[in-house]
Design a protein around this ligand. Structure first.
Ligand SMILES: [Ca+2]
Ligand SMILES: [Ca+2]
Length: 290
């Protein structure tokens, strides 16, 4: 039985959800690691249990320092678990059984091995990738934000020798936070959502989502701007499912043009003061631009 994507938006409230760590579930090729072909072979079993939704824990390329919540590529499969073709086959087999598939969506941070962070730490102040993460010349900002793992991390700031600056992280130091005040970062993650929707994923479980934005003088959790971004994301998913198609290349071009206008405006307002540019791009781009 194929399922439709045009359904009650509250379908998940009645769903019988089975949470799966692909790595731990079923190994198809004897290498000792679970994989998507193995998961496909167990779908009849899950169907017999009455499961109608499979929730996949992180299955993306990752050094696996935090169970895969440390992502190095958002739009691919960890090679231990198979290929994107295997994933598409899994979706097709699940949907044929009337099952929906929910993916983790890890918006807040990446692995420090992510190409964006590798570029960011070496980028000059004011350049594109420097603004992808939250950098500081010292550890004075966001003092009111608690340290989530005080036994593991002494601070939310860690010094990066390549950058000659501190980067912000609410979780482990190997998980630098993306800079949501940068509209280009927002667009990057919207493109990630579009990618999985286009493949046929039916929903997302949002990890670490209270921590997207930072603002001085707050605890940097559940900020109004975080809720605003999530509302945009929900509308995006609704609109996507409503037309069962993704944005066109023209729509992406229009969004990119808007971002360029915002960035030019921000740089113009800042003038050429290098230290101001560093601070602004690192932490505050979206506040004036949005
Ligand atoms: Ca395997
Ligand atoms: Ca954040």
């Amino acid at each position: 039985m194929a399922i439709s994507t045009k359904t009650d938006p509250l379908w998940f409230k009645e769903a019988i959800i089975y949470e799966v760590s692909v790595r731990a579930f079923c190994d198809s090729n004897g290498d000792g690691i679970g994989d998507f072909p193995g998961l496909i072979s167990k779908l009849d079993y899950l169907e017999d249990l009455g499961v109608n939704t499979v929730w996949l824990l992180p299955f993306f390329p990752s050094p696996l320092k935090d169970d895969g919540f440390d992502v190095t590529e958002h739009c691919d499969i960890h090679p231990d678990y198979g290929t994107l073709l295997d994933f598409k086959h899994f979706l097709k087999e699940a949907h044929q059984r009337g099952m929906r598939v929910i993916s983790e969506l890890i918006l807040n941070h990446t692995s420090d091995q992510h190409p964006w962070f590798q570029k960011s730490r070496k980028a000059r102040a004011g350049s594109r990738y420097k603004g992808y993460y939250v950098w500081g010349e010292n550890t004075e900002k966001y003092k009111e934000a608690r340290v989530l793992f005080p036994d593991e991390e002494p601070s939310n700031w860690t010094w990066d020798i390549d950058a000659g600056a501190y980067y912000w992280h609410r979780f482990y130091r190997h998980q630098p936070e993306l800079n949501y005040d940068n509209p280009e970062v927002q667009l990057e993650m919207i493109k990630v959502v579009d990618f999985w929707l286009k493949l046929g994923v039916d929903g997302f479980r949002l990890a670490s989502v209270p921590f997207l934005f930072e603002e001085e003088g707050t605890n940097c959790e559940n900020l109004p701007q975080t809720h605003d971004f999530l509302r945009k994301l929900v509308e995006r998913v609704k609109n996507f499912l409503a037309r069962e198609d993704g944005p066109t290349a023209v729509e992406y071009a229009v969004m990119l043009a808007l971002i360029i206008v915002v960035c030019i405006t921000a740089v113009t307002m800042l003038g050429t003061n290098a230290s101001n540019t560093f601070s602004y791009v690192g932490t505050n781009v979206g506040q004036t631009g949005s």
